[in-house]
Design a protein around this ligand. Structure first.
Ligand code: PEP
Length: 254
């Protein structure tokens, strides 16, 4: 359900996408132009290699382009890395930080993610902080404790709530076709909202709380019907244009 600001539909392409996939972008831009999206903001986060092209083609359109990660320093001797400034320089609006695949494969912790959020915001990027419990944490009834710690530690210090979104992504739901019950999503999103209210007061209402994990065109309506779900972060479902257009279309109703 929407609370004042637009829903956010964000596609995370992960390590997928080649130059030949530009047809996806042309198709999406045409679709967005015809839809006149008043209640929904659409974001695509392609791999670094496609950002410049996607960003140029989307200039002066409502489509936003984002990145899937950035480095925690502004510049320097970090071979192979990409800074938030470099992304801003390419016209990127958003950066996803703390995705569970980065936490898992590259051992990113809340402290590192906190540094990345700060540098990204300093560079003028909006930040999407991903949080979520593993299956074993859920089985131990630790979901809220884990999420509470991720929020507290990742948002330590001077964070701008006006440039912050949260994506609740249960790790066990990513790419598996499994999603939590509506009641579980409701409980976690309410918990996140309470935390944000206590950190940021009135400014917390600007922070959208996205759900992510196996969202598809069959389940998005019921997910968007849950209180405090103000967007979706979509992996697999953002790679096929027909599926992604269906997700955007269905999100407009809420
Ligand atoms: C993700 O990786 O952020 C994600 C939500 O993936 P999927 O939609 O494929 O579960």
């Amino acid at each position: 359900m929407k609370i004042g600001n637009k829903n956010l539909i964000a596609g995370n392409w992960k390590m997928n996408g080649l130059k030949k996939d530009l047809s996806f972008l042309h198709n999406l831009l045409l679709f967005i132009k015809n839809k006149k999206l008043k209640s929904t903001e659409v974001l695509i986060c392609p791999p670094f290699t496609l950002i410049d092209t996607f960003s140029n083609l989307s200039k002066n359109t409502p489509l936003k382009i984002g990145a899937q990660d950035c480095h925690f320093e502004e510049s320097g001797a970090y071979t192979g890395e990409i800074s938030a400034n470099m992304l801003k320089n390419l016209g990127v609006s958003y950066v996803i930080l703390g995705h569970s695949e980065r936490r898992g494969y590259y051992k990113e912790n809340n402290h590192l993610i906190n540094s990345k959020i700060k540098i990204a915001q300093k560079s003028g990027l909006k930040t999407i902080l991903c949080i979520g419990e593993t299956l074993s944490e859920r089985k131990k009834n630790s979901t809220l404790r884990v999420i509470g710690r991720q929020i507290k530690d990742s948002l330590k210090g001077n964070i701008d709530p006006m440039n912050l979104e949260i994506a609740y992504e249960p790790v066990w739901a990513i790419g598996t076709g499994r999603i939590p019950s509506a009641e579980d999503i409701f409980l976690v999103h309410a918990f996140i909202k309470d935390k944000l209210d206590s950190f940021y007061g009135k400014k917390a209402k600007n922070i959208r709380i996205l759900y992510g994990g196996s969202v598809n065109s069959k389940n998005i309506s019921s997910i968007f019907g849950i209180d405090n779900v103000t967007g979706a972060l979509i992996g697999g479902g953002s790679l096929k244009i027909s599926e992604f257009k269906s997700l955007v279309t269905q999100s407009i109703k809420y």
